[in-house]
Design a binder for this molecule. Sequence first.
Ligand SMILES: [Zn+2]
Length: 145
Amino acid sequence: MNDCPFCQIIAGRAPCRKVYEDEQTLAFLDLYPISRGHCLVIPKRHIPLITDIEPQDNIAGPFFRTCYLVARKIKNAFNCEYITMLIRGTRVPHLHMLIIPTIKGEENLLDKTLNLHHFCQIRLQPQFTAAELDAIAEKIRNAQP
Ligand SMILES: [Zn+2]
């Protein structure tokens, strides 16, 4: 996909600060990092969303393996408390995992946002009844992958 910025990086037509690469994936520093070491992991094949990977494709395994390896590399490179991973693919329509470290002694906006989310989540009224939650779980169990 020619106008995709991540495909441009994979093709070598746009720069990136590469931290890891293998046959199927590439990891590089985010241009607008939320924290020190914030990286993106992308598959080399243009795939818009994680749900666009077919179960028979050999992409999800290598993709998540690279996410794990890069998270470990970041953890070992910095004084990391923990790593947060988020998948979207909406702003840039090429599947990407955001790998965002929380470094000891350094605040980041994502942690503040997630702490606020958790604060609200545990104080809000339950959104679903127990019967509704049972039905939701059953519907997911019975759906095709
Ligand atoms: Zn792309």
